[in-house]
Design a protein around this ligand. Structure first.
Ligand SMILES: NC(=O)c1ccc[n+]([C@@H]2O[C@H](COP(=O)([O-])OP(=O)(O)OC[C@H]3O[C@@H](n4cnc5c(N)ncnc54)[C@H](O)[C@@H]3O)[C@@H](O)[C@H]2O)c1
Length: 349
């Protein structure tokens, strides 16, 4: 809690950076917020600026600290301050969007959500249908400090599920600024070095369906909502196996090539509506999905010996690039595939 005892003290301790600061006072269920400008906040008690109802933490940046003599909770700025001090800015303030692909706390999607939240954005989530899947996704989201996440089931292989997700999202939110596609699937039986040539038609098609077509299916449903919001950013996760042969990546490489190409065609068509579409080519990371890839150990061993940065990527580094792609800082970037892989893709031999 950083020893923060009351709002005045919180304000004083947060002046160092010279940023405007959002603070709140109230109970955990209903609290009032105010933005104090740098020039006026020194030593002052919080002003009221509207009430936010609901449970949960606001963007995960506020922490409630009891103030017994006032019989209320003040809001500690320790997380807020952490955000301000870590980044010096909140580049995603006001942005809200949908994240597909949080399976657990190691998912690339979880790291992306963490960065988005840290930088002031809000996230809604989907999980694979089923109570166990919901519990797993919810646990990962709660680990980010979000206790009241908007979350609905979705099998992206079903059009009716995607229709339902976007309809429900539109009902619950007034805008859609971003969509994160961080999902993939292929039968693990065919993700074995030397097995690509045996891939059955059905496995080949289902890999492309779930891992690539779904990006187009999501973009189609997101576009009208993003148009109403003045534009948006759609991003998907890819891997270098789309371009070069990585033993074991096999049909997933084919699906990633389709995904990257799908992103370019979408970018070309949706750009007029100020909707940007990009892919991130992430380095190997141990996750549920990557554990199905036969060559994952070799990929993880190879990168630290060959990559310019001489190490494997960390999930938060992909999270940071994703937040940048969602933010207006990347407003001129669309149709790109951005490598976040410690540079290993530039090495020939
Ligand atoms: N981990 C890596 O090494 C690595 C590297 C580069 C790119 N990627 C890509 O990152 C993305 C996220 O994967 P991850 O590594 O975080 O693993 P992960 O297992 O944490 O995430 C994969 C997600 O795909 C979802 N999914 C699978 N089938 C689905 C369906 N039919 N409908 C909806 N969701 C479905 C799963 O529920 C899960 O949340 C994938 O596109 C993956 O190919 C991963």
């Amino acid at each position: 809690m950083d020893g923060v005892k009351n709002p005045t003290m919180s304000v004083e301790t947060a002046t160092d950076r010279g940023n405007d600061l959002s603070v709140a006072v109230g109970t955990p269920k209903t609290f009032t917020t105010a933005t104090l400008r740098h020039s006026e906040r020194q030593g002052k008690v919080v002003k009221k600026a509207g009430t936010i109802s609901g449970t949960g933490l606001n963007h995960g940046f506020v922490v409630f600290v009891p103030v017994p003599h006032l019989n209320l909770f003040s809001v500690s700025l320790c997380l807020h301050r952490k955000c301000l001090y870590d980044s010096g800015m909140s580049i995603l303030n006001g942005k809200v969007g949908l994240i597909f692909g949080v399976a657990n706390d190691r998912s690339y999607a979880t790291f992306i959500a963490e960065s988005v939240i840290k930088l002031g954005g809000r996230c809604a989530f989907t999980h694979l249908p089923g109570e166990k899947n919901e519990r797993r996704t919810r646990k990962a989201v709660e680990s980010l400090g979000i206790t009241d996440a908007w979350m609905v089931p979705c099998d992206a292989g079903k059009d009716e599920d995607l229709d339902a997700v976007f309809a429900a999202y539109a009902k619950a939110h007034s805008r859609l600024d971003f969509v994160v596609h961080s999902i993939a699937f292929a039968d693990r039986e065919w993700l074995v070095p030397g097995k690509f040539n045996e891939t059955p038609r059905a496995s080949y098609l289902s890999a492309i369906d779930i891992s690539a077509y779904t990006l187009a299916a999501m973009a189609k449903r997101a576009a009208p909502l993003m148009r109403d919001s003045g534009g948006g950013s759609i991003l998907a996760m890819s891997y270098y196996g789309s371009e070069k042969v990585v033993p074991g990546y096999n049909v997933m490489g084919v699906a990633k090539a389709a995904l990257e190409c799908t992103a370019r065609y979408l970018a070309a068509e949706l750009g007029q509506a100020n909707i940007r579409v990009n892919t991130i080519s992430g380095g190997p990371l141990r996750t549920l999905a990557s554990s199905a890839v036969g060559g994952i150990d070799t990929m993880l061993e190879h990168t630290p010996t060959r990559a310019p940065l001489r190490r494997n990527i960390e999930g938060k580094e992909v999270g940071g690039t994703a937040a940048w792609l969602i933010s207006d800082l990347s407003s001129g970037v669309t149709g790109e595939n951005i490598y976040v892989d410690c540079g290993v893709n530039i090495i020939g031999v």
